[in-house]
Design a protein around this ligand. Structure first.
Ligand SMILES: C[S@@+](CC[C@H](N)C(=O)[O-])C[C@H]1O[C@@H](n2cnc3c(N)ncnc32)[C@H](O)[C@@H]1O
Length: 238
């Protein structure tokens, strides 16, 4: 079998972006995606970013840090941030935003009562708030190039303390390795189908440099994170 072309982003669509997917299928797919996140250390760069933000003195005093997670899916990322902040005695007010209503449904059901997390359903570009921090994980590869430029400008305009896009590195080893792992682990059929496509839709550092230039965003960092993550972030001056 010939290798796909990794020199540019693929345009193949993922099954999970089909709006006609039913609740049970979408929820089961997201649940297995949370297992993938745990197995691939997906949330480590996000927690490290928040640690850095705190260390840089960008955590507000006297009120909770407001965080928006775009494309929040099952919500495992925000639940982890909630526990992380609680252990450190840091106040947070967390919003998970996803355009698919089944995401809020599944995330709410998986979240213990009384936690400082709300789940919103809307397209990201319709979101009107201005949080301290805007995060996303495994989200940006769902956008096309023009939407990515718009998303970078959106985050840079709205986030008061900083933003992070935590996504995948487009690499043949990641593609082959994930196809093998997801088959061995018998993850949900959507995860087995969409995972390798996600990697092919993802990024090389040069892609992000071009998007940042087009968006007119200065001062952002592009960093590789183990294994096969590519993170773009910016912290605002205190
Ligand atoms: C691959 S999932 C990632 C979920 C979660 N962040 C994670 O890491 O497991 C991508 C999510 O982004 C959502 N999404 C895609 N386009 C969106 C948009 N324009 N606005 C808001 N959410 C969107 C999808 O519905 C989906 O739940």
């Amino acid at each position: 079998m010939a290798l796909p072309d990794f020199s540019r982003r693929a345009e193949t669509l993922e099954w999970m972006d089909d709006d006609s997917v039913d609740l049970e299928t979408f929820r089961d797919c997201l649940k297995d995606l949370a297992k993938v996140n745990a197995a691939t250390l997906a949330h480590r760069p996000t927690l490290a970013f928040l640690d850095d933000l705190h260390g840089a003195g960008l955590w507000p005093s006297g009120r909770a840090l407001t965080v928006l997670d775009v494309g929040s899916g099952y919500g495992d990322g925000l639940r982890l941030i909630d526990r992380w902040a609680e252990r450190r005695g840091l106040a947070v007010s967390l919003t998970g935003l996803d355009r698919n209503p089944w995401a809020a449904h599944a995330a709410r059901a998986a979240t213990p009562a009384g936690r400082p997390i709300v789940w919103a359903t809307c397209d990201l570009f319709d979101y009107e708030g201005s949080p301290d921090v805007i995060l996303s994980s495994l989200f940006t590869h769902h956008l096309d190039d023009d939407q990515l430029v718009r998303f970078l400008a959106f985050m840079d305009r709205k986030a008061k303390a900083g933003w992070l896009a935590n996504d995948l590195l487009r690499h043949p080893f990641a593609w082959g390795g994930f196809a093998l792992l997801s088959t061995v682990m018998q993850w949900h059929r959507f995860v087995r189908h969409d995972g390798p496509i996600s990697i092919r839709r993802s990024f090389a550092p040069a892609d992000w440099r071009a998007y940042l230039a087009r968006a007119g965003v200065e001062g952002a960092s592009i960093r590789r994170r183990f294994p096969f993550r590519l993170c773009v972030s910016k912290t605002m001056a205190p």
